[in-house]
Design a protein around this ligand. Structure first.
Ligand code: NDP
Length: 246
């Protein structure tokens, strides 16, 4: 059941996070939004409330463990509990390895891997204590197969795939009933390509997404399905391609 579940969403200021927050709220969840752009978060929360939903936000940089912990605390203070965290914040400044955009490599590691770890650390004590909880993380098809230009991006997404599977296995071993859902989206039309600075890569990706990309609501529907499952059912992985993408 989605109704009245409290869901923390990182990367909620645009794209997949925004679409998911709005859909979950429409279906009765209480959503707690985190990202860096306050004006966008405020506008989305206003939209949700105007549509009759329940939502709040906190400016959060997922690179900062304390800020992510504070986002989780806000959820508990505002809505009384925490049922789900959706670790969705991410960047994709793709480029060939030979171009050596090493600062962007580090940024991806900090946001796409450490950001997810900060989300996991923020919820784990409550989830273990309550013997339940749901961790949803946005990996990518670049986390299950290799793409040129996505060497480091893909490495970060392979990393969170492994992390999520091990959390699932350890939870079963430890009897804590923590559910893990990992998403592997392909080309989704969002603001993600704005993070690409390598000109040739950006040109190619823009053109590719224009040809095949689908809307972020496709991912929102999948997250809604996962959150809606009974407590003893763990829908573990989803791969979502546009029909036009090879
Ligand atoms: P968007 O660029 O629209 O959304 C990315 C979100 O991440 C924004 O809300 C952004 O907010 C947030 N974010 C980035 N850095 C930080 C940070 N340091 N702290 C907190 N929030 C941050 O793109 P998408 O919706 O597409 O991306 C969502 C996820 O989906 C990402 O993990 C991405 O890798 C993944 N994905 C996307 C695919 C696609 O084709 N679009 C395909 C496969 C996976 P702000 O800038 O306000 O902080």
């Amino acid at each position: 059941m989605i109704k009245d579940k409290v869901v923390v969403i990182t990367g909620a200021s645009s794209g997949i996070g925004e679409a998911t927050a709005k859909m979950l709220a429409k279906n009765g969840a209480k959503v707690v939004l985190g990202a860096r752009r306050e004006n966008r978060l405020q506008a989305i929360v206003n939209d949700i409330k105007n549509a009759g939903g329940q939502a709040t936000y906190k400016v959060t940089d997922v690179r900062d463990a304390q800020e992510v912990a504070d986002l989780v605390t806000l959820a508990k203070n505002e809505f009384g509990s925490l049922d789900v965290i959706f670790n969705n914040a991410g960047i994709m400044p793709s480029s060939p390895i030979s171009a050596l955009h090493t600062k962007e490599w580090n940024d991806m590691i900090d946001i796409n891997i450490k950001g997810v770890l900060n989300g996991v650390a923020a919820v784990m004590p409550d989830f273990v204590k309550n013997k339940q909880g749901h961790i949803i993380t946005t990996s990518s098809v670049a986390g299950i197969k290799s793409f040129t230009g996505a060497g480091v991006y893909g490495a970060t997404k392979f990393a969170v795939r492994n992390l999520m599977e091990v959390i699932r296995m350890e939870s079963a071993q430890e009897g804590t009933n923590i559910r893990t859902t990992t998403l592997y989206p392909a080309a989704i039309n969002t603001e993600l390509l704005h993070t690409i600075t390598d000109e040739e890569t950006k040109k190619n990706m823009d053109s590719f997404y224009q040809q095949v990309g689908i809307s972020p609501e496709a991912i929102a529907r999948v997250v809604n399905f996962a959150v809606d499952q009974p407590a003893d059912v763990n829908v573990n992985e989803f791969t979502i391609y546009p029909t036009k993408q090879m």
